[in-house]
Write a new protein. Sequence first.
Length: 304
Amino acid sequence: MDRASAERAALVALLRQPGVSWSDIALDIQETGSAQALLDRLVSQRESLLPDETSANRMMAAAADDLRAWEAEGTGVHAFFDDPYPRQLRDIREMPPILFTRGTLDADSRAVAVVGSRSASDEGLRIAAAVSTSLARRQVTVVSGLAKGIDTIAHEAALTAGGRTVAVIGTGVRQHYPAANRRLQTHIADVGLVISQFWPDAAPTRQSFPMRNAVMSGYAAATVVIEAGWKSGARIQARLALQHGRPVVLTNQVMQNDWAQAFADNPGVYVVRSLVELLDVVEEILRRTPTAVDLENFPDLATL
């Protein structure tokens, strides 16, 4: 296999090892400069008493088989060192070392996350639909998490408006959660993009959804919170967005919550009272956001 394929297979083999930290693996590869060299070193350390020079090769061959199977079924596999990997994710602490996708991977420099409660009110759903429709009509990619409630309405409204939408999911791409959104997930994969940081067959877990929120925050230039209680993943995403240097936009609806009222005092948080004000704020944020062309001209921006 060529060098790029070998590096990708070595990364998969490394991530398959029991007990490894995925974030540590990414850091070690950056320091070593090669996933294959790191795999060879790991195998030699584990088998120092009875060394087997073919172990790393067997692991890579098995990983290469997995990669071929995933790609044959239409799943894109993107290592963090691959050129197509989303540049905006490389500057967040929670950068996934590998991404699995269904659909069309794009730069999405004009991308905004629209998030909120699963058990949203009718008013919250109405606001989410209006916001997502207006963003889509302005050629803004609507990013959300494919959960029921606000997320579902955000995706559907963007699609109805003829816009692009990206679903960042908390399961593997072969899974459909919630089951009621199976058709929606398939449609988004056909006309937009579904992203997962988990193995394709991974089932949902308690930890996977906050991890999904971190990636959603990093992927989008800003996060709009429509409606969210204290335990909502949207509140977690708002906090993560500020840690990532991404602005947060809070609507009147979410400002009814104590957490949002306290959160509004943070730098980088915008409170909007109308749809027009929200769209103006988003456009201003996007004007200040480096585009894919900017990052190519000034590559250091992607790693600040």
